[in-house]
Design a protein around this ligand. Structure first.
Ligand code: HEM
Length: 432
C-alpha cells in the first residue's frame, strides 16, 4: 500500500542522496559477512545469558535474581555441580563474546548506513515495518552491549534494574534477529553467490572493485577510488575484536593471559597481597558487615525439620564433629571473571547429617548481611549434597579475610559467585 506523499520526491542534499556515500567496499557482501558473524555470536551470548539466569535456579526458595513477579521463569532446571568450571565457562563466554561483538556491530552499522537515510523515508507500509524492525534490532543490540559493559565496569548511569532490563532486552534482541534473518536471508544468499563466498578475502586493494549498483541498495552510484580492500575492512574489525579479546579474556581463562586483562574491571585476578588477594565482588564494608558481627561470639545456626544445633568456629575447625576437607574450586562471578582457589572447610552434606537432614532436602542459606541482594539464597538438593560443596572457613591455607566472607562462606562447584554466600550465619535444610 503506497502511503500519501508527505515529503518532496527528490532527496535533500546530504546523506539522503545515494551519491553522498562513496566507499567502494560498501555493498551486500561486506554487510552479509558482518551479519553472519553477528548471527553466530549473538545467539551464543543469548544462550549463555539465559543459562546464567537458570544457574541462579530462580524456581527455588529465596532465589530472586529477578523480582518474583517479573520472572516468567521461561527456562529453569537443576543446574549441575559438575564440571566445576561450568558457570565460569558460561559467564566468561557470555561477557567475552559480547565484548568481541562490539566492533563487528559498529562495522555492520557502518556498512548499512546509507539505508538509514534512504529517500523517501517511508515509501510504503512494508518499508515502514522493515525500518521499525531494524530500529528494534539495532536498538536492542546496542542496549544489550551497552548495559552489559557498563554493568561489568560497575557503572550504573540508569535508574532501572539492570538484570530485569538486560534479561528481557536479550529476548527482544533474539526475536529481532530472527525476524531480520527471515527478511534478509535471500539477500545474504544472493550476495554470497555473486561474490563466490569468500573470494573478496583473497582480493587485494588494487583489484578491489565496487559491487554491481542497485537503486536504493548499499552500493554507491559514484564510488571513490578504493583506499582499503574488503579484506582490509574485515581485518580491521578482526584486529579490534582481537585486541579486546587479549585485554579481557584473561580474567576468565587465567594463565599467562591473566596479566594482559587490563580491561578487567576487578583487576586481572592475580593474587597480589597474600592468600586472600584474589578478586572480590562485594566487600564486607559494602555489605555492612562489621568486625563486631564476626568476632568470637559468632556461631553457626543449623536446623532441619525442627532439629537445631549451634556450632562456633572452633568446633567447625576442630574437624572432630565433621572432617575438614580441602578442594581447589573456582569462584565465578556473573561479571565474567573467575579464579580457582584452594578452599578448606566442612562439607554441607556432613553438616546436614548433624541435624538429621538427608539428600532430599534443599538448603536455605542465611547471611549476616543486614540487607541487600543475595542475603538469603537456596541451594538445590544436588548442590547442597554434592561431594565438594563446602562451608569454607579457610582459603589457600589461611583464614578467610572479612572481604572473602569470614567467618564462613559457601563454596559450591559451578555455582554463580553471588550464590556462594559470604558471612554465613545459618543453614536450614527443608523439603521446600
Ligand atoms: C558486552 C556484552 C554483554 C555483557 C558485558 C553482558 C553482561 C552480562 C552480565 C554481567 C550478566 C549477569 C547479570 C546478573 O546476573 O547479575 C548478564 C546476564 C544476561 N545477559 Fe548479558 N551481557 C552482554 C551482552 C548480552 C547480549 C547481547 C544478550 C542477548 C542477546 C545478553 C543476554 C543476557 C541474559 C538473558 C542474561 C541473564 C540475566 C538474568 O540473569 O536474569 N547479554 N549479561
Amino acid at each position: 500500500m503506497r502511503l500519501p506523499r508527505l515529503v518532496p520526491k527528490d532527496p535533500p542534499p546530504g546523506p539522503a542522496r545515494p551519491d553522498f556515500w562513496r566507499s567502494p567496499v560498501r555493498g551486500p557482501w561486506l554487510t552479509a559477512m558482518l551479519g553472519i558473524v553477528l548471527l553466530i555470536g549473538f545467539p551464543i551470548v543469548f544462550v549463555t545469558g539465559v543459562l546464567s539466569h537458570a544457574a541462579y535456579m530462580p524456581q527455588l526458595g529465596n532465589n530472586d535474581v529477578l523480582p518474583r513477579d517479573l520472572d516468567l521463569q521461561f527456562i529453569t532446571f537443576d543446574w549441575p555441580t559438575n564440571p566445576v568450571w561450568l558457570y565460569a565457562l558460561n559467564q566468561g563466554a557470555h561477557v567475552t563474546i559480547g565484548i568481541l561483538l562490539v566492533p563487528v556491530l559498529i562495522a555492520k552499522l557502518w556498512s548499512v548506513i546509507p539505508k538509514l537515510f534512504a529517500w523517501p523515508p517511508a515509501p510504503n507500509a512494508a518499508e515502514v515495518l522493515t525500518k521499525l524492525a531494524n530500529l528494534l534490532l539495532v536498538g536492542s543490540a546496542f542496549f544489550q552491549l551497552a548495559t552489559g559493559i557498563a554493568n561489568i565496569q560497575l557503572w550504573y548511569p540508569w535508574q532501572f534494574n539492570f538484570v530485569v532490563a538486560h534479561f528481557y532486552g536479550g529476548w527482544v534482541l533474539i526475536f529481532s534477529i530472527l525476524l531480520h534473518v527471515a527478511i534478509r536471508m535471500p539477500k545474504v544468499r544472493a550476495a554470497m553467490r555473486t561474490n563466490k563466498d569468500l573470494k573478496p578475502l583473497r582480493t587485494n586493494l588494487q583489484n578491489t572493485r565496487p559491487e554491481p549498483y542497485e537503486p536504493h541498495g548499499l552500493v554507491s552510484p559514484n564510488p571513490a577510488p578504493a583506499t582499503i580492500s574488503r579484506r582490509g575492512v574485515v581485518g580491521l574489525v578482526g584486529a579490534a575484536s582481537g585486541a579486546l579479546l587479549v585485554t579481557t579474556v584473561g580474567q576468565s581463562v587465567g594463565g599467562p593471559l591473566r596479566s594482559l586483562a587490563v580491561l578487567a574491571p576487578r583487576g586481572n585476578g592475580i593474587a597480589k597481597d597474600g592468600p586472600n588477594g584474589f578478586p572480590i565482588n562485594k566487600t564486607a564494608h559494602v555489605a555492612n558487615i562489621t568486625s563486631a558481627m564476626v568476632d568470637g561470639t559468632w556461631a553457626l545456626q543449623l536446623s532441619a525439620d525442627g532439629e537445631e544445633l549451634e556450632l562456633d568456629r572452633q568446633a567447625l575447625l576442630s574437624g572432630k564433629l565433621v572432617p575438614l576437607r580441602t578442594y581447589d574450586l573456582p569462584i565465578a562471578c556473573v561479571e565474567g571473571w573467575s579464579t580457582t582457589q584452594s578452599w578448606t572447610g566442612v562439607r554441607l552434606s556432613d553438616l546436614s547429617r548433624l541435624v538429621g537432614a538427608d539428600p532430599g532436602h534443599v538448603l536455605h542459606v542465611e547471611s549476616l548481611q543486614p540487607r541487600g541482594a543475595f542475603r538469603q539464597t537456596t541451594l538445590s538438593k544436588n548442590q547442597a549434597h554434592a561431594d565438594r560443596s563446602l562451608l569454607a572457613l579457610r582459603v589457600n591455607g589461611v583464614d578467610l579475610s572479612m572481604d572473602h566472607g569470614f567467618p564462613a562462606r559457601i563454596i559450591v562447584p559451578a555455582l554463580p559467585g553471588v550464590h556462594c554466600t559470604k558471612w554465613v550465619s545459618g543453614l536450614e535444610w527443608s523439603h521446600a
